[in-house]
Write a protein that binds this ligand. Structure first.
Ligand code: HEC
Length: 100
């Protein structure tokens, strides 16, 4: 295959992960989970390290998304609760895979 055809294909292959990091930007996740993170907030990198333990568990993104959107008893974070289940699941999958 000619290189001129190959390059766009490679770019398309790289899209899903990029779309997720753009989603995190759009949804304002980094205003708290950035570097440095807001006080008492884990950075995105810390979340990724923590969530790496869910790799290979097909139900984990959905379960984590439901938990995040429900909020804690004392911690109600609008940015979490406003997410659609679909967006939240995409973001959870992206964090589990290391936010690449
Ligand atoms: C207003 C600040 C703020 C914003 C914006 C924010 N978060 Fe959070 N997030 C927190 C805080 C504080 C915690 C830790 C306390 C907690 O777990 O409720 C947290 C925890 C988390 C956790 C770990 C939850 C757990 O119990 O394991 C995940 C995952 C997460 N955030 C993802 C996101 C994503 C994705 C976005 C963007 C849609 C986002 N956050 C936006 C403040 C924020």
């Amino acid at each position: 295959m000619r290189a001129s055809l190959l390059l766009p294909l490679l770019l398309i292959a790289a899209l899903p992960a990029q779309a997720s990091s753009q989603l995190a930007l759009d949804k304002g996740c980094y205003s708290c989970h950035g570097e440095p993170p807001r006080r008492n907030t884990p950075s995105m990198a810390q979340l990724a390290t923590d969530y790496a333990r869910y790799r290979g568990q097909p139900d984990a993104p959905r379960q984590l998304a439901e938990k995040l959107r429900a909020g804690g008893l004392f911690a109600h974070i609008a940015a979490h609760e406003r997410l659609s289940l679909e967006d939240c699941e995409t973001l959870m999958r992206w964090i589990i895979e290391g936010t690449k």
